[in-house]
Design a protein around this ligand. Structure first.
Ligand code: F6P
Length: 372
């Protein structure tokens, strides 16, 4: 019996998505399966906007950045329609059946794993692949997109060195990552940043300034500070921590909603704020400081060789599992092999940088300040 596969890409785009689509699709066609892509994430599944993924659609996309399917951050149970947020999961399930699908493959980060799981709970077959430049999906060693972004952010830090050195300046470079510091820590370490600030380690701005002043005393009149989007000072972290606690302790749905809105407001006020950090460092050190926000350049362009390999391995492993009839899993990289992890065990978790991670130890050994 011919198997029918649906594929969608959701959440922020990530280099390697097309390589993964190609890996799934080409292997599926080899096995006599049929593949259809849904455009723009879960929105395309709801609106039944499709593209046939035949040999010609899958050709020439391995090296292309972004996603040929398009993506969105829409959530199946909270679709913005006519000014309201509506639960459209049933419509999506109907469209799955209209295409006689055997499985829907969802390529995405933590949010996508959750959304795919919601559809799975409605009785359809799901497989997910872990993609995000943040590298923060639980139960996999690594996600595709991370290596490419790591290369881009590292090159940016390399390039900032010469201009910071020439002008005897501090350059504060903001790297993506709202909740986790994998990219900032990796690029900071590889690029030789003098200070690395990540969400997992709340910083003390006075300690950061002292690390920079120490460098000046040692005759190094410039410093590179790599800061994650979501890095927070110790003071701000305690305010945010208290707001998070309010959500956990909320007695009913309304109180929970109110606490969540308060937290969002606070996050926009306290989290990140790289410009404020740069101004504080100018004041505390007497050195001139500049800010560089790397932003979406980190997600753009052709995937690295490592990401192409990873995405192709995960994609072909996915089709292999479909062929065996294994569903309800995320395909992870664990050590040298690809492994199916039960999706229910993946959702709702985030992979933070553990404090005993070798990158943290190495950063401290080479004298990099982590701001604590
Ligand atoms: O989830 C990946 C990511 O690139 C984060 O690092 C970043 O904080 C976020 O997406 C940006 O999202 P958007 O592209 O929706 O602005």
């Amino acid at each position: 019996m011919t198997k029918y596969i649906g594929i969608l890409t959701a959440g922020g785009d990530s280099p390697g998505l097309n390589a993964a689509i190609r890996g799934i699709g080409k292997a599926a066609l080899e096995l006599g399966m049929q593949v259809v892509g849904f455009r723009d994430g879960f929105r395309g599944l709801m609106e039944n906007r499709t593209i046939r993924l035949d040999r010609s659609a899958l050709s020439g996309i391995l090296t292309v950045g972004g996603t040929i399917l398009g993506t969105s951050r829409d959530k199946p149970h909270r679709m913005p329609i006519g000014g309201k947020l509506l639960d459209m999961t049933d419509v999506m399930v109907d469209n799955y059946h209209k295409h006689h699908l055997d499985v829907l493959v969802c390529l995405g980060g933590g949010g996508t794993q959750k959304n795919a799981f919601r559809l799975m709970q409605k009785g359809i077959n799901i497989i997910t692949l872990p993609k995000t430049i943040d590298n923060d999906v639980a139960m996999t060693d690594v996600t595709f997109g991370f290596d490419t972004a790591l290369g881009i952010a590292t090159e940016a830090i390399d390039r900032l060195h010469s201009t910071a050195h020439s002008h005897h300046r501090i350059i504060v470079v903001e790297v993506m990552g709202h909740k986790t510091g994998w990219l900032t820590l990796g690029a900071g370490l590889a690029g030789g940043a003098d200070v690395i600030l990540i969400p997992e380690i709340p910083y003390d701005v006075e300690k950061v300034a002292e690390a920079i002043r120490w460098r000046s005393r040692e005759g190094k009149g410039f410093s590179i500070v790599a800061v994650a989007e979501g890095a927070m000072s110790k003071k701000d972290a305690s305010v945010i921590g208290a707001a998070e606690e309010k959500i956990e302790k909320a007695e009913d749905k309304a109180a929970g909603k109110k606490a969540k809105t308060e937290l969002k407001k606070m996050e926009s006020q306290y989290v990140g704020n790289t410009l404020r950090l740069s101004n504080q460092l100018e004041e505390l050190t007497g050195l001139e400081s500049r800010v560089t926000i790397l932003g979406h350049v980190q997600r753009g362009g052709t995937p690295s060789a490592a990401d192409r390999l990873l995405a192709t391995r995960l994609g072909t492993a996915c089709t292999d599992l479909i062929n065996q009839g294994t569903y309800g899993v995320m395909i992870a990289i664990r050590g040298e092999s690809t492994e199916p992890m039960p999706l229910k065990d993946v959702v709702g978790k985030r992979k933070h940088v553990p404090m005993d991670h070798p990158w943290i130890a190495s950063a401290r050994y080479v004298g990099t300040s982590l701001g604590d």
